[in-house]
Write a protein of this length. Structure first.
Length: 195
């Protein structure tokens, strides 16, 4: 079904999970749904998406493969999100993460066109997965609880400083040719690493 609005969902107070495919709306407002735990929206056909949910813990956003005009993901009003998967399409330039920064522990991003990703205010982040992004700068030196870091197909980033990430357990760099043992400072902080 092609869905463009979730108007009326506020009356379904016991709904805990939202699972949508081929969504064409620009907003999902679940501010009056007090039990939402998980939101999974794939195949988005609109140019942008904003999710408002005060209780959601897990968020998955992914545009339709054919939606080359997908420009923005806004999750600023998901203050309790613990795990976020935010996938763009062919270099989606704008990602806004939750305004409340203390709850986010897992972040997976893909196909983002932004040059810089500053995660230093998300100090409880434990897992970071970056796939096919155009980043040339990643700021994670204040993410001292980071345990796992994955870079797959990220050719623009040329250096990385992990000297503050002393809890790092796993590091994986795959087809990100600018990142080598010479350009990753303190990569041996990770107990297991593949570069």
């Amino acid at each position: 079904a092609k869905i463009s609005s979730l108007k009326g969902i506020e009356y379904l107070k016991c709904v805990s999970t939202i699972n949508l495919s081929h969504y064409s709306g620009k907003m999902i407002d679940l501010s009056n749904n007090p039990r939402i735990y998980s939101i999974d929206v794939r195949g988005i056909t609109s140019s942008e998406i904003m999710v408002i949910s005060p209780t959601v813990k897990t968020v998955m956003i992914e545009p339709s493969y054919s939606n080359k005009n997908f420009t923005a993901i806004n999750l600023s009003d998901c203050p309790n999100a613990v795990s976020v998967s935010a996938y763009g399409n062919e270099g989606t330039p704008n990602l806004t993460l939750p305004k409340v920064k203390t709850n986010l522990k897992e972040l997976s991003v893909s196909d983002l066109g932004m040059k810089t990703l500053d995660l230093n205010s998300y100090t409880n982040l434990q897992l970071l997965y970056i796939y096919k992004c155009k980043l040339s700068s990643l700021k994670i030196n204040k993410c001292t609880d980071l345990r796992y870091l994955y870079f797959w197909h990220c050719g623009n980033i040329k250096s990385l400083d992990l000297s503050s990430n002393k809890k790092l357990t796993g590091l994986s760099v795959y087809h990100s040719y600018g990142l080598t043992t010479n350009s990753i400072k303190a990569y041996k902080n990770a107990k297991k690493y593949t570069i």
